[in-house]
Design a protein around this ligand. Sequence first.
Ligand SMILES: [Zn+2]
Length: 215
Amino acid sequence: MISVKKFTFNPFMENTYVLFDETKECVIIDPGCFSVEEEEELSNFIDETQLNPVMLWHTHSHLDHVFGSSFVANKYNIDLWIYKDDLQTLNAFNMVCKMYGIPVKNSPPNKCKFFNLSEGISFGKSKIDIRFVPGHAPGHVVFISENSNFVINGDCLFDGSIGRTDLPGGNHQQLLESIRKELFSLDDKMVVYCGHGPETTIGKEKYSNPFLVKQ
Ligand SMILES: [Zn+2]
């Protein structure tokens, strides 16, 4: 059984997740920690829960999801994993920070490993399925645990809303297709952990999300 710990970090109010199971191995997803206080909040939790970080994963590499990636990769000496189509977004980090007028404290790691979608990925005793869901960002993936009944869905689906598609590589129609095909095929009761805002469920969004309910 996987436990999910959620943090909300940085001025974009981005949700960072730590997944861990009974082995105490953990993975850190989309570490948005920006200030030293936020870095400490994350590392204190890992210390206090006596977790052993084994991997760092990005759903996608928009800046608000990766401010803390080099901190995490360096502190725990772990590899960053992304989907191969996300590399262009990862590499644009410094440029996008400049556009937003955000001082670049730490660029994300420039070395990374690529997820294999058909194999999924494992940590501890847990198996995670990965699905490719382009639309909000070109290399966006989601992480699914059938056993623990959740999906870490980044910025695809939100409680009553969907991800924005006006950023480079965004495509509204493609996002709707990704959600219908890859997310709405999951169990209605599955909990959806979002990149911003509260959790929701597949069923709630399938039947009431104004962007997806057919009028
Ligand atoms: Zn995003």
